[in-house]
Design a protein around this ligand. Structure first.
Ligand code: FE
Length: 218
């Protein structure tokens, strides 16, 4: 049986032909490379590179790549972020703290416990603080590990990330200006619904992230 690798996420499919869509990242058929063929192509590519290198040395046309000082710093920081898994590490903050915030909020409202309502607010603040790192490290991972390919999985992850970013900031500012949770007579319906949407978006992004990391082999 032949083996096909998704060139975007690395998922391996076994069968006579590639699947119509990658079940992990959503890339289409054209992104699949037959594993044996790929090895041959790689060998050919290495051979071609060596020839090119030899020609370069002969005529000494080698030009150093010009990268600005800030470009170099950016490259060092981003490569270290990818190497040390900055995205999966940082994403634990919204994925771990958001449910705490939403659950505290609901219990706080149910039993009228101001301590829990305050805890929900400060937990949400911590989520807001974490979002720039979460989104930036996710973008860097996508660019480097997945070649910046825009497939269904990445589109959903980016959409969910944007929803969490927008709603966390919005709900934080809302509570800051108007302490809705601490005002007994205020209608909390929309506030609770937006919190649940934010939690759902964080969970969905986490689900697709988990798929990309753990579902590589068929
Ligand atoms: Fe894939």
């Amino acid at each position: 049986m032949k083996k096909w690798r998704c060139s975007v996420c690395g998922y391996i499919h076994k069968g006579d032909g590639p699947p119509d869509k990658c079940p992990v990242c959503g890339a289409d058929k054209s992104k699949f490379i037959e594993v044996v063929e790929e090895e041959k192509v790689q060998k050919q590519e290495v051979g071609a590179e060596q020839k090119e290198e030899a020609i370069r040395r002969e005529v000494s046309i080698e030009e150093p790549e010009v990268v600005s000082k800030y470009g170099k710093i950016y490259n060092i920081i981003t490569s270290q972020m990818v190497k040390h898994h900055a995205h999966p590490v940082s994403v634990h903050i919204p994925n771990g703290v958001l449910p705490v915030s939403v659950i505290f909020m609901i219990i706080g409202i149910m039993f009228d416990m101001d301590g829990l309502k305050n805890a929900a607010f400060y937990n949400l603040f911590f989520v807001v603080l974490s979002m720039p790192l979460v989104l930036f490290s996710g973008y860097i991972d996508w660019k480097t590990k997945y070649k910046g390919e825009m497939t269904t999985s990445f589109l959903i992850k980016m959409l969910c990330g944007s929803i969490v970013l927008f709603l966390s900031i919005f709900l934080f500012i809302w509570q800051w200006i108007n302490p809705i949770l601490l005002t007994p007579e205020s209608n909390k319906g929309i506030f609770i619904v937006l919190n649940l949407i934010m939690l759902g978006a964080a969970g969905t992004a986490g689900f697709f992230g988990g798929k990309l990391v753990f579902n590589r082999e068929a």
